[in-house]
Design a binder for this molecule. Structure first.
Ligand SMILES: C[S@@+](CC[C@H](N)C(=O)[O-])C[C@H]1O[C@@H](n2cnc3c(N)ncnc32)[C@H](O)[C@@H]1O
Length: 418
């Protein structure tokens, strides 16, 4: 598809993509992979790593003369990676008959173990509950911990997702020389850091409630503590705004999208990536009402008590349209849970995803179940093994869906007025 085409990709956006479908290619071709150009030394950029004022005070990005990416994407317009498999086949020994829940042989056992082998003082005023560390703001603002265990889980998530997206850090066709990139709710900052490496032309700003990002980062990457639900006050707009995995974080998505629209350059791009939390299978091996379903229902209910949106994934496309973006694209990405897929790469992705759940179950559940759903921490810890057991059964071919939506601010939209 032509980069400048205003047309969208109905084959991707209009039909829910059935993982049962034989058709793997739902797009017009893969988005451009970011150029893996070496990062320039700090002197050349003239800015100091992690000095938040530099992003706003610099007159232009490191390569002021570089052509901005916002008018005509330089790479073929992408309706999504062409070969993100939608139909995930199970390996043979993951399909043989046997009872589902009580069959010890059907557990991953050691397989998963060997796989996992391979600002200011107020924002640092972390809270501790049930042995986990949390951000310093209102408890209801964000329900996941921000400790090392959680950060390892987020980095594992980044690894599995980039693997699933064929090493693409984004799908939006932002060209080779973007100038200003914003990563909302950056977490460990791993995406922002890799984008800084991939696009030396750009300054990349990642913001988050928690200052948990590393200090040793590429010179064109900066981090700030910020509440992205508050009113934004950047002095200049961005070529690309990225926002990934904020399920359970955001109370007012339409407001977030409106601010993203306001702070994107005309012709610039946004990309939102998020989950649908439901587990399912395409071969009836995942039984509704099983412990993972009970767990998901409780997490969703708890997040609603906190006043946040638990499952933004399926709603992203409409919100983006409502905010005024055009050239809206929507790619559905089923992610396997466990090592049941036959395909080697999908097996690795499934292994990472399972490891992410096994590592994350406690952190995801503790504050949510105890503060919002009336469980005791002992009850939570007693319940979680049943969820782990079900997820570790290789005869259960569980999947969950991830949604990626990217869209462009109209070229003729007014410039940012601050
Ligand atoms: C599940 S993590 C995802 C991190 C990162 N986007 C990624 O994909 O790896 C969600 C992040 O959003 C941050 N967050 C939640 N609510 C926020 C808010 N209102 N403002 C800024 N960051 C927020 C959390 O602190 C956490 O780091």
């Amino acid at each position: 598809m032509d980069p400048s085409a205003k047309g969208e990709s109905p084959e991707v956006q209009d039909q829910p993509i059935s993982p049962k479908s034989d058709t793997l290619d739902h797009g017009a071709g893969p988005a451009a992979k970011p150029a893996q150009a070496p990062v320039k030394p700090a002197e050349e950029h003239g800015n100091i790593p992690n000095a938040p004022e530099t992003l706003e005070s610099k007159s232009e990005g490191p390569e002021a003369n570089a052509e901005p990416s916002t008018s005509e994407p330089e790479t073929p317009y992408a309706a999504g990676p062409s070969h993100i498999e939608q139909n995930i086949e199970a390996e043979e020994d993951a399909t043989s008959a046997g009872t589902r829940d009580n069959d010890a042989d059907s557990s991953y056992g050691d397989e998963i173990a060997s796989f996992t082998d391979s600002l200011s003082s107020s924002v640092l005023n972390y809270k501790y509950e049930n042995g986990r560390r949390y951000h310093a703001q209102e408890d209801t603002q964000y329900f996941l911990p921000n400790d090392e265990k959680e950060n390892d889980r987020l980095d594992l998530f980044h690894h599995l997702l980039t693997l699933r997206c064929d090493d693409n850090l984004h799908f939006a066709p932002i060209g080779q020389n973007p100038q200003r990139i914003l990563d909302l709710g950056t977490g460990t900052g791993i995406w922002a850091i890799e984008m800084g490496d991939a696009y030396p032309s750009a300054t990349v700003l990642g913001n988050d409630l928690s200052p948990v990002q590393p200090t040793l980062v590429p010179p064109n990457v900066q981090f700030e503590v910020d509440d992205i639900e508050a009113t934004w006050c950047f002095s200049r707009p961005f070529d690309f705004i990225h926002c990934r995995y904020l399920a359970g974080s955001i109370a007012n998505w339409p407001k977030l999208m409106a601010q993203a629209f306001q702070f994107t350059k005309p012709g610039g791009w946004v990309e939102f990536q998020d989950f649908d939390m439901q587990f399912y299978s395409t071969d009836d091996t995942f039984v509704p009402g099983s412990p993972p379903n009970v767990w998901t229902d409780e997490v969703i209910a708890a997040i609603k008590v906190f006043g946040r949106e638990p499952e933004p994934g399926p709603k992203l496309e409409q919100w983006v349209r409502d905010a005024g973006f055009e050239n809206v694209n929507h790619q559905l990405i089923p992610i396997p849970v466990g090592m049941w897929p036959k395909d080697r790469k999908l097996k690795e992705i499934g292994a990472c995803d399972l490891a992410m759940f096994l590592e994350g179950l406690e952190g995801i559940s503790l504050r949510a179940f105890t503060n919002a759903r009336g469980w005791t921490s002992e009850e939570v810890l007693a319940f979680l093994p049943s969820v782990r057991k079900a997820l570790c059964n290789k005869r259960i071919h569980a999947l969950h869906d991830f949604h990626v939506v990217w869209a462009q601010k109209p070229m003729d939209a007014p410039e940012l007025q601050t």
